[in-house]
Design a protein. Structure first.
Length: 169
């Protein structure tokens, strides 16, 4: 990849989805990135309706400075896998629950990738965890961000303890 000049605000995570109707599922990923101050971009790319646009995006993502892609889709959810096929970047797949099969179709379409083309698939509707996983991937090479993740984990644990019900009493 050729080195490009980058500003601190340039996106390092790409959030892509098969339809604008997927946004409610994907928005929690964006919110998680916001919480950690990670710049991102969000686009609609369809593996089926706009295949060339999807391939252009995936093939150029690393060269533009993106480091992780979060891809969500529902039903015959081929977008995450096809993006993973066309980029060397890590891809996180988010299965969107649709009305008819509750997202099981989306999950299986995303998770059953052939060896050699990994997609890190989160749970059905797991947009928030997709965002948090992207943060962790970035944090592996960024000690300050890693410390932020550790603080987040400590806060999460404290919030669970604070809500303990002490059922034995
Ligand atoms: C998929 O078809 C999209 O990712 C979306 O989850 C689903 C329905 O899309 P729309 O008909 O709402 O545009 O490709």
């Amino acid at each position: 990849m050729s080195e490009q000049r980058r500003d601190a605000d340039d996106p390092v995570v790409g959030i892509v989805m098969g339809s604008d109707s997927d946004w409610p599922t994907m928005q929690p990923a964006a919110e998680a990135l916001d919480e950690f101050g990670i710049p991102y971009e969000a686009h609609v790319l369809s593996a089926h309706r706009t295949p060339r646009r999807m391939l252009d995006y995936a093939e150029n993502a690393a060269g533009r400075g993106l480091r992780v892609i979060i891809a969500g889709a529902g039903g015959a959810a081929h977008l995450p896998g096809m993006v993973a096929a066309a980029t060397p970047l890590p891809v996180i797949g988010v299965p969107r629950p649709l009305d008819r099969l509750d997202g099981l179709d989306s999950l299986l379409s995303i998770v059953q990738m052939p060896a050699g083309v990994p997609v890190a698939t989160v749970s059905i509707g797991g947009g928030r965890n997709a965002g948090l996983l992207a943060v962790r991937i970035l944090a592996a090479g960024d000690p300050a961000l890693l410390a932020d993740v550790a603080r987040f984990q400590a806060d999460l644990a404290a919030s669970v303890v604070a809500r303990d019900l002490t059922l034995q009493e």
